[in-house]
Ligand binder design. Sequence first.
Ligand code: KG4
Ligand code: ZN
Length: 338
Amino acid sequence: NETIYILAIESSCDDTSAAVLSNKKVLSNITATQKIHEEYGGVVPELASRAHQQNIVPVVHQALNKANIDKKQLSAIAFTRGPGLMGSLLVGTSFAKSLSLGLNIPLIEVNHMQAHILAHFIEGQQDGTPEFPFLAMTISGGHTQIVLIKDFFDMEILGETLDDAVGEAFDKSAKILGLPYPGGPLVDKYAQEGNPKAFPFPKPKVDGLNFSFSGLKTSILYFIQRETAKHPDFIQENLKDICASIQKTIIHILMDKLKKAVEETGITQIAIGGGVSANSGIRKALKMAEKNRGWKTFIPRFEYCTDNAAMIGVVGYLKYQQDKFSEQDISAKARYVL
Ligand code: KG4
Ligand code: ZN
């Protein structure tokens, strides 16, 4: 049984990340985040692709150095093909193709959303590894989906958002509160010290396992406008309670649909993935459901929640084992279904 060394590249949005894995074990996982977007209140695609261009070579060097692996030892290169911002994806895709050609080793394309789910197969995850079939809820800045995972590369979307993604709901709420981008982690931080029952927000009525978050954003906006008209310091004086109330509402929405998915499928193994799975509230709610409902839940280690190349690498390894290689004429895909 030979050891497979995969170099993985992730550049779908605003994080440039490179990782080296030996089989399913992460030897290094280096991410350069882009500060430049903070002042714009969101990711500016053109600036993101320029920053990837600057970061990619140093990030790959660091990943190889930290792993203590020479590029000649690599078995294959895995990269994020999509979904994501085209200009960002092109940087990682072109880099991966060139390096695969230069080193004469196989190229493996990876779907970013599959990677958020299959991150659970990285060695050393705190909750272990789910067994097929299981349910996955992918919650990120671009996606909100409940997916039935029948096998590594056999997935069926059971429900998804009809408008904003849950990460967007966090980020847009944060923006209304005057917090910098990305606001999700900040809402989480303040929420932990606030009263979640302080301000009730309405939950949307959406059929089946689909989600909607745009109405929540609007009701938060109107609420804040109304209150600050009465007291200009309303946000400053109530920030923690507002954040706790928003977070509680979002988590209720997610948990309601998860419960419904469990009822409909009879599957009680639940894995979450994507940036919002770093959220302390959703992590707590899942562990509570594990106790009260007899579910088995899988929460990725913190470093494998937000965008990272290690998750791309583990998919690279799984595809390598199944001889799922890509040709040199492969191109990035901004829209790329599971
Ligand atoms: O998966 P990810 O890194 O990028 C995408 O593929 O979208 O997810 C980023 C999203 C952002 O919306 C960010 O605000 C959110 O994840 N996020 C959080 C937390 N950490 C990251 N949202 C709520 N609470 C957190 N602790
Ligand atoms: Zn992501």
